[in-house]
Write a protein that binds this ligand. Structure first.
Ligand code: FES
Length: 79
């Protein structure tokens, strides 16, 4: 199993990550610009994990429950 893209919008996580890094965009900005995550939503946990870890391919199912999302009280990173 290799999960490496948003299937609805045919966008590789690697390309999205590069877009974030190269242009200094937040994940939310990239999501808005590309529409990733706005279809079925199955890629959203992977997008959050990509932002958290930098990983762009996954070999397992990630549920929304296990994804650590940034909160307003988080001061552990700038993502
Ligand atoms: S896989 Fe990304 S919105 Fe459906």
């Amino acid at each position: 199993m290799n999960i490496d893209r948003c299937l609805c919008y045919k966008r590789l996580f690697a390309d999205l990550s590069e877009k974030m890094n190269r242009r200094g965009l937040s994940l939310e900005q990239v999501m808005q610009e590309t529409s990733v995550g706005s279809g079925c939503g199955l890629c959203v946990p992977y997008l959050y994990e990509m932002r958290r870890t930098g990983q762009v391919a996954f070999d397992r199912i990630i549920s929304e429950d296990e994804v650590v999302q940034c909160t307003s009280s988080c001061d552990g990173c700038d993502k």
